[in-house]
Write a protein of this length. Structure first.
Length: 370
């Protein structure tokens, strides 16, 4: 991997030296940085080429759309190469639609950066853009890349992708089973229920129960084959309220926290960040969670938070304090969800098991230490 990265770096350095030499000959400005911004949708890739000049001015010198397919990927790369040296590709993590392009570029030794959608959307709002479409979005992505130091994206471990597919499939099965149970309850409550309909409803529920068991068995088998993943799951399950399925879901939905740099970013990605609109004395909206994030993460944290409130004295105290402050139970429960999600991230990073007395021990050490 290091040899491949070194080879890419040497190739790019040579390209830049040649291109810079040509620019000097024709009296053009020196280019400090180049980025290819890509707005990804299900069927289309809208591309914008941008460069940062030596006087720190930003210039866009090409835009075009391509199909979100293998043929489109090849055409995109050919077009960008004709326009000049390739500085790097930048795109949003738009569901699953960006993944094929990201893997294609990484497999062909191109520098790829992927950022969370909320970072781009927040940045977009700071720009004076009156027309919002795919091309202005691609331009904003390119500008973001020119103004920021970006991390190079590396394909995550394949196990995370498999885990995400299985956990999402299980989530769909749970939803279908809930609908089937509700329908069975409604049919039973009728004056003269149709026996054949009741039988089929029970069979559907049994079938869905069987499929859920199969998925859980597959999850256990996958994790059992990866010793590192198995250790991570054991660590995360040391947190009260966090079980096997919650741990797996969080790791799967974040690709092992691949794009997450801090707790605040994680909370925003999950859509558990608080939005508040307030201005002067006339505008004062209620604080609400944004819900502009990964719904699977939010759903995964719901029941663990309720369990933590019952079983962990720390979270029970947090919940009680918030209830006494504003009296809204759901709002207090969401705060515990945030705390738990942040704790999972901390445990993942430190690789240390959860210690419920950690804060108390830290305070005691601070008192003893002069």
């Amino acid at each position: 991997m290091q040899c491949a990265i070194s080879r890419i770096s040497n190739q790019e350095t040579k390209r830049r030296e040649i291109f810079t030499f040509i620019l000097k000959l024709i009296g053009m400005k020196k280019i400090l940085k180049q980025v290819t911004g890509i707005d990804v949708s299900q069927d289309e890739l809208v591309v914008c080429l941008g460069q940062l000049n030596e006087d720190l001015s930003v210039e866009f010198y090409g835009s075009r759309s391509f199909a979100n397919s293998l043929t489109g990927f090849k055409s995109l790369v050919e077009w960008v190469e004709k326009k000049g040296p390739i500085g790097g590709f930048l795109m949003e993590a738009t569901g699953v639609y960006h993944e094929s392009l990201a893997y294609f570029l990484a497999d062909n030794d191109y520098r790829v950066s992927i950022v969370l959608p909320n970072k781009i959307s927040n940045y977009f709002r700071t720009l004076e853009v009156k027309t919002i479409n795919d091309y202005t979005a691609a331009e904003a992505i390119a500008r973001f890349g020119l103004e920021r130091n970006l991390d190079n994206w590396q394909p995550p471990k394949g196990i995370y992708k498999q885990l995400r597919q299985l956990t999402r499939e299980r989530d769909q099965i749970i939803e279908m089973r809930t609908m089937a149970k509700n329908q069975l309850h409604a049919d039973k409550s009728e004056a003269r229920p149709h026996k054949a309909s009741l039988t089929r409803a029970k069979q559907r529920i049994e079938f869905l129960n069987k499929q859920e068991k199969q998925i859980i068995a597959e999850l256990n088998q996958l994790i059992g084959q990866d010793s590192e993943m198995k250790k991570l799951i054991v660590l995360l399950c040391s947190i009260k309220g966090i079980g096997f399925l919650t741990s797996v879901t969080v790791l799967a939905e974040t690709n092992g926290f691949d794009l997450i740099r801090n707790k605040k970013q994680l909370v925003s990605y999950a859509g558990l960040d608080v939005r508040e609109k307030q201005s002067g004395t006339s505008i004062k909206g209620k604080p609400r969670i944004s819900k502009k994030g990964n719904k699977y993460l939010r759903k995964a944290m719901h029941f663990p938070a309720l369990t933590a409130i019952r079983r962990d004295e720390r979270y029970k105290a947090i919940y009680a304090r918030l209830i006494s402050k504003h009296g809204i139970k759901m709002k207090a429960a969401v705060a515990v969800q945030r705390k738990l999600l942040e704790l999972i991230y901390t445990i993942f990073k430190t690789k240390a098991p959860y210690d419920k007395d950690y804060l108390q021990k830290t305070r005691e050490q601070q008192i003893v230490t002069p």
